[in-house]
Write a protein that binds this ligand. Sequence first.
Ligand code: ADP
Ligand code: MG
Length: 736
Amino acid sequence: MAPVADLKVTSDITSGEFQKMFTLGLQIFVQALFYMTEFLESNITYLQGVGPKRAELLSNELNINTFRNLLYFFPYKYIDRTKFYKVSELDPDLPMVQVKGVIRNYYTEGHGKSKRLVADFTDETGTVKLVWFKGLKWVTTSYTAGNEFIMFGKPGVFNGIINIIHPELETVEKKAERLNSALQAQYSSTEKLKNSFITSKTVSKLVGTLLKQINFRIAETLPTYLTSKCNLMHIHDALFKIHFPANPQELEKARYRLKFEELFYIQLNLLRYKSQRTSQVKGHKFSSVGDLFNQFYYKNLPFKLTEAQKRVVKEIRKDLGSGKQMNRLLQGDVGSGKTLVALMAMLIANDNDYQACLMAPTEILAGQHFQTITKLLSGINIEVKLLTGSSKKSERNLIENGLTEGSLNILIGTHALIEENVKFKKLGLVIIDEQHRFGVAQRARLWQKNTDPPHILVMTATPIPRTLAMTLYGDLDVSVIDELPPGRVPIKTMHFTDPERNKVFGFMRNQIREGRQIYIVYPLIKESEKMDYKDLEEGLEVISASFPPPDYCISIVHGKMTPANKERSMALFKEGQAHIMIATTVIEVGVDIPNATVMIVESAERFGLSQLHQLRGRVGRGAEQSYCVLMTSGNLSKEAATRIEVMTRTTDGFEIAETDLQLRGPGDLEGTQQSGIPFDLKISNLAKDGQIIEYVRNIASEIIEEDPGLISAKNITLTRELKKLFGKAQVWSNIS
Ligand code: ADP
Ligand code: MG
């Protein structure tokens, strides 16, 4: 009877009951996921084979603290263990190899510190020496002479004889037992770990233990609709196969799945923030373009705007009038005329009774902006002031009063702008020039200057490849000035080595005779260390001897000078009195002296590409032919040679940035340290995975468009994962 009754109940189920059951089912499911998630957070000590000592080592050396950390500690390469070599094929040029053979006998060689254990390892083609410097006793007892082993190691050569130092040995039966994987994962290790016998093999074993323990069940971290639409492996397959791939195809699929996920969540997070910000944050509405802007545009503008400048001004104008807060990145190569665009945006703010500020990374640059802008605004009734760390107390007070009263319209300055006591009456627009010099915290302070956030325009001359920009500035709108003002003659770039210095001096004399001015820049590693000025000081001696007074005048600028002295030196050069300016990279950013036509970079091999490009951008600002001379020593590393080659071949900032990205990887690129990614990328590479980035961004953007708050049931996994990944982290551009 009972079964019938049960059946009846089931068939008569109401939609309300069904709903309840469904919810219950869902709860159990979520609970199960929760336990799995919890489980992965277990301390690594609880893993079989890991005691307190190993746990400490794993934590200190590899940052592995939990099961999850271990699972996501991916191999850095794989070795094909299907291939066996013969002893006769061994050659020191080969990578890690495996050979099947017999340990015939053990003996020692050498004395004292160089005492080593040697084994003759033989197969049918010959004999090779295996060598140990440590654990001699352990080796002879573990691997009995006379037995057959699979030997794995890197062939080397000593005294003309091929040997293998500290090989891995395994019995043939043992190898068969191991998790079946033709491609053997190699994990990075450290000296300390190796000394404690935690090798790549040990790590592999631990991962195997862990995978068995979780029974290869890991809660899917992407919604099913995505994995099926994008043809992705299940997460537990991917995690298993990344550690134990059976073949290259499988490995590739696993890698793709993990890269997809990593990059997808970064994009989803950025786009979610962007969408939230646009819908929630109110922006000051600058409804009209008024007298100030028009006066400037029709009376003061010294030249016609380039088409690119016009387009960008329109884009900014549209943002400012929209009632939403602007968060825009303005990219424009050096010399493309960003300052003018910044000024026009500030005038729109002023026209609407708002104040604006322009923040620059160095005093020199702030001072220069101040001069340029004051000049451009001559005859227009507008109050502009400069505030830097070296502003006098009385001047500061004046500025602070003007700001709170509202009589000061435009404030230009350095970090001093974001100090506590600088308060605006009605700050409507903040422009940050050469943003990569500002840290996250500094931008955050700016944000706090108003209850309603000001509009933000971030300007950068460091061209960023498209796909990298998608990640680094993924939640900002981007404008690009992709055109230089007319009449610019492309800069000629030349490469000379130190012995050719006399030629360069001759060239310099000619240029000076024609009325031109010259920069000579020396590398500087750390501004604080005296030693680093050695180059500059020695250089100065040589240059002064070859360009003596009274015929020649040299000015010097470096980071250790007082601001007043720096300014005096700059002025000397700017006014044309000095022929040569010797400097460290303090002039890298933004200095604008059109009559300077030669940029000589000393020890150019010590500069990065983007720095070289910035430096070169200091010349070529007038109508005269300009030159960039890269001085290097005679022998260059391969990478340095590529940098020099690219510099002499092209002036296209984007091509240079692209090369830079390929050479160095994104981690080292300026600006990337403050990216919106609060964790280390485990598997993807912003330089190389551009295609995937583009793909996942489109997918993320479709999802956000359809469900901006990610509240629909099918997106429950997305919110859970976002919380896990970005829980406490802030996206910097949201607060900048
Ligand atoms: P950057 O984008 O590197 O900040 P600047 O704003 O310093 O460039 O401009 C570089 C130089 O080009 C300046 O001397 C500036 O006066 C000049 N300039 C800017 N816009 C134009 C234009 N439309 N036509 C001619 N010269 C321009
Ligand atoms: Mg500039």
